[in-house]
Design a protein. Structure first.
Length: 133
């Protein structure tokens, strides 16, 4: 005779723990990405001779909202001049208004692109990581 016995509650708990650990690992990778991107962007501002250096560095706003396996992360520069420093003002429309544009001093997007590959690697590692019981 063959007898099959299972405990659905234990299976459910084990699965919840497994998924929970994966979610925590993914959230940790995203937290690291945001932290590193902010630090690199601030370093870029300091090193590239950006005008409004202190205003830009102090205007970073980070928002993290996590709840029940969902998360929302944002990092933004809340200074009006942020876009002008990042992209410059040497465009045809702006140039006609200002006569002489300013040089771009990218700081934010280089930091994002630099850390994007690290984020991908960390996410892969988080998802593939074997869980210890």
């Amino acid at each position: 005779s063959f007898k099959f016995k299972h405990n659905a509650d234990k299976i459910s708990i084990d699965l919840s723990k497994y998924v929970g650990r994966k979610i925590i690992a993914v959230e940790s990778a995203i937290d690291k990405f945001i932290k590193n991107t902010e630090a690199d962007a601030k370093r870029n501002i300091s090193s590239n001779g950006s005008i409004y250096e202190s205003k830009l560095i102090n205007s970073f706003k980070k928002k993290v909202v996590k709840s029940k396996g969902k998360g929302e992360w944002s990092l933004k520069v809340d200074a009006v001049q942020g876009a002008f420093v990042e992209f410059g003002t040497k465009g045809t429309v702006i140039k006609s208004i200002l006569n002489k544009g300013t040089k771009a001093y990218p700081f934010f997007f280089p930091a994002v692109f630099k850390n994007k590959l690290i984020l991908r690697k960390d996410l892969r590692r988080a998802i593939k990581k074997r869980n210890k019981r």
